[in-house]
Design a protein around this ligand. Sequence first.
Ligand SMILES: Cc1ncc(COP(=O)(O)O)c(C=O)c1O
Length: 379
Amino acid sequence: MGFSTDAIHVGQEPDPSTGSIVAPIYQTSTYVQPALGENKGYDYARTNHPNRKALERTIAKLEGGTAAYVFTSGMAAIDCVFRLLRPGDHTILSRAVYGGVYRLSTQFLVQLGLEFSFTDTSCLETIQRDLRPNTKMIYVETPTNPTMIVTDIAAVAKLAREKNITLVVDNTFMSPYLQLPLSHGAHIVVHSMTKYLNGHSDCVGGAVILSRKEDAEKIYFLQRSAGAGLAPMDCFLVSRGIKTLAVRMERHDANGMAVAKHLEGHAKVKHVIYPGLAAHPQHAVAKKQQRGFGAMLSFDVGSLEAARSVLNNVKICSLAESLGGVETLISLPALMTHASMPKDVREQIGITDGLIRLSVGIEDVEDIIADLDYALAKI
Ligand SMILES: Cc1ncc(COP(=O)(O)O)c(C=O)c1O
């Protein structure tokens, strides 16, 4: 079946007991057992529940995984993946990962004896240079948040497989509609479902999708033991959001390209970072491994003062953390999503004080552009 058909039907079957075309929300903590030692597939909602199982089936299908598990947030999902490691194991991460991943790894997981180093994963030679005898995982965000650096997943997967290293890809910015990391050889995919998968900015959630059965068994053990599985109502919201993922992504993609092209020629903009532009350093890689270029872009207006002026004058674009919703969101990574990164680290990787991140929504694109033009004119 095609992507949209799977998104609408896999895990989204009508309720067998009533025929309801939308599965009910199983808002219950426990399940009555007909006799000791017997149940109808569920016993306790931390372990599992029908809404979670349904959503996990949908996501596993869309990403092409053998299994998927959904969590209370993207960070809970990512944390669970790092728990596959043992003290003394080393992980290479993309240099400009999401600030929360930077914080979790450098401020907490190191205390458990895990080692992390940050590398420009768009360059295979630098990954090779930074490999250690104890490297067990390569964690790639592509494109990165908010610097939009693209990593060649197939090339890194080949290296990882040669060295028996697990390759994890954060596919949040693309969604499975625009990019399928497992098909390029990655072993594990993670998502902040808070973003495009849900798509409506009304719930927080995360997902881990596995290609190997042995990883899947460990992740499920951790999910049910540590208890960070997603609750029924939130699963329902993401399942509903996924039904329109394909059409939303088509529109996001078209709007993203139109806004990027417009800003590229704008007198008040120093530069635009969008993998869909021919000037982007990894444009060819993005074109090869993605179905489209998406709706995330960053642009530099030169200074914090100029950025502040833009952020305070937009009216359609909402000044907010997060991304991937139907509404256009605008933010300043240096003071918002990446504030937990030291300033020198931020500057080394290109997160300047004047770098504005835009999550282009699916409003009429002329309105988004007019709003940005108005705010840019105020600089
Ligand atoms: C690329 C990326 N990965 C992971 C996360 C973490 O997800 P959550 O906020 O759902 O915990 C975010 C959050 O913004 C993100 O942008």
